[in-house]
Design a protein around this ligand. Structure first.
Ligand code: 5CA
Ligand code: ZN
Length: 480
């Protein structure tokens, strides 16, 4: 038995070896099975699906405050898909086409949505009549398909994105749409705060914006290997799509006006970030809000003890009554083996009751995030557990934020940037000119994420290319 649990412990590579760790934890942590025989498509295990469900419940909760959920078809006729020139340019190499129904060739090819502008906007054309119909704020959570040619990776770069949350809004004015983009970014920040994931918000450089957008705001986080992951984007579409899809409203003066639009999306990259930012050498570490099992109770029995079993059952019942997700592990495995198993699963709290706890009318509480052990009175277990949940989420966020901040380096030269991006994010003065930006990317072999919001984006310096003075700092990083 001892040997077996040691083996289990050793089966996860150290997190410092991130790529191997990531692949292994998806399988051992029962998040995704990567053995499906189509490249870029993966299978959600029930446990992973449970985490996904809880994560997206947060997203739904935030959006449902003032958005409506809807559902549009997966198939988009070529005639609609081919309307917006920029959009086509951006996506045509990534589209899967349905060309046949059975054995007969279709008159009009059908695209599997890579994103749903061209599925939704023909309907918006019909739905939008007057200023009184606006704003419209609709979202859907669907699968989308992108024939990605870059290296595919589970949860990160998929050919079937299974958890694409896309919101599409319509407004009277450009400014109202700009406000909506801000709101979208706030929603994402709140969402990631709930997942204890720190984020950096920046406006993408013009050459990296969404095809068909006026501008793109992006939310990024830093992965353990020092590469950033774009975990959400919000796009101001101006009237670009309104013009091609003829979405007009009658204004107060009775005049026809083109509508202004936004769209914003996230994917299961949110789950990739959740796993990668918090996990450790022992496995998953999940914030209580999204953990399928929040508390595991393990009887520490030496010989048979009815009393310990009874005490464990009673605690389980009390916590369940509080609405918590509790598992009482009464299996025959040794306690040590059980610890490994539940640690791997990221269970935020482990309660142990042994003979000494019983004697003292107490429960031993072990935190997954810190490993700390504490004895708490049996009678106040509900209070103690709920209290610790708050502490855990706070601690996870603070720890992740520290780790992010430690890996941001302010640089003065491109040589320094080259060095800094092997560890994380580099800040570098940038005059905001396209030519300089492209030259900087070329020189260091990494992308400009943008000029980040907040203090990080400020600082006087000299653009490394044109040598002009500037007050803005761009951030650069190797990206997924
Ligand atoms: N229509 C817009 C907003 S919904 C759109 O498609 N934007 S996007 O292309 O930027 O995608 C939204 C987010 O989905 C991205 O920020 C990124 O986090 C995620 N994403 C994009 N492509 C993939 C992919 N192949 N696999 C996993 N996630 C992806
Ligand atoms: Zn410059």
């Amino acid at each position: 038995m001892q040997v077996k649990s040691e083996e289990k412990k050793a089966s996860l590579p150290q997190k410092s070896n991130f790529s191997e760790w990531y692949n292994e934890i998806l399988l051992t942590g029962e998040i995704m099975d990567v053995r499906y025989p189509v490249k870029g498509l993966y299978v959600w295990f029930p446990f992973g699906f449970d985490v996904r469900k809880r994560t997206y419940a947060i997203m739904r909760e935030l959006l449902d405050r003032d958005h409506k959920e809807a559902l549009f078809p997966l198939l988009i006729p070529e005639t609609e898909f081919m309307k917006e020139a920029e959009h086509i340019k951006g996506f045509e190499n990534e589209v899967y086409w349905v060309t046949h129904g059975g054995t007969s060739e279709l008159d009009i090819k059908l695209a599997l949505r890579p994103t749903s502008e061209t599925a939704i906007y023909p309907m918006y054309r019909v739905w939008v009549r007057s200023h009184a119909d606006l704003p419209i704020k609709i979202y859907q959570i669907v699968n989308t398909f992108r024939y990605e040619t870059k290296h595919t990776r589970p949860l990160i770069r998929l050919r079937e994105i299974t958890s694409f949350k896309e919101a599409h809004t319509v407004h009277c004015t450009w400014d109202e749409a700009a406000e909506q983009v801000k709101e979208a970014v706030h929603i994402y920040q709140e969402f990631y705060r709930r997942l204890a994931i720190p984020t950096i918000v920046s406006k993408r450089p013009d050459w990296d914006k969404f095809p068909g957008a006026d501008y793109t705001m992006a939310v990024d986080t830093l992965m353990p290997d020092g590469k950033t992951l774009q975990i959400g984007t919000a796009h101001h579409l101006g009237t670009n799509f309104a013009k091609t899809f003829d979405i007009k409203y009658e204004d107060l003066n009775g005049e026809q006006q083109y509508a202004h639009q936004t769209c914003y999306g996230i994917s299961e990259r949110s789950i990739a970030a959740l796993i990668s930012v918090h996990g450790d050498d022992k496995g998953l570490v999940l914030p209580p809000e999204v953990a399928p099992v929040q508390v595991v109770i393990i009887p520490v029995l030496f010989g048979k003890s009815e009393e310990i079993t009874e005490a464990c059952r009673s605690v389980a019942l009390r916590l369940k009554t509080k609405g918590l997700r509790v598992e009482l592990d009464e299996s025959d495995e040794r306690p040590g083996a059980k610890y490994y198993k539940w640690e791997m699963k990221g269970t935020p709290l482990r309660l142990e009751i042994g003979p000494r706890d019983l004697k003292n009318n107490a429960v031993t509480v072990v935190r997954r995030d810190t490993g700390s052990r504490e004895t708490v009175p049996f009678d106040s277990i509900e209070y103690e557990v709920e209290n610790k949940f708050g502490d855990i989420t706070r601690n996870l966020f603070e720890k992740a934020e520290r780790s992010l901040n430690e890996r941001i380096t302010r640089c003065g030269t491109l040589e320094e940037v080259k060095h800094a991006i092997s560890e994380g994010i580099a800040g570098i003065p940038w005059c905001k000119e396209r030519e300089c930006g492209l030259a900087m990317e070329e020189a260091v072999g990494a992308g400009i994420l943008g000029i980040p919001e907040g203090e990080l984006g400020l600082g006087s310096g000299i653009c490394p290319v044109c040598k002009k003075e500037t007050l803005s700092m761009a951030i650069m990083a190797k990206t997924y």
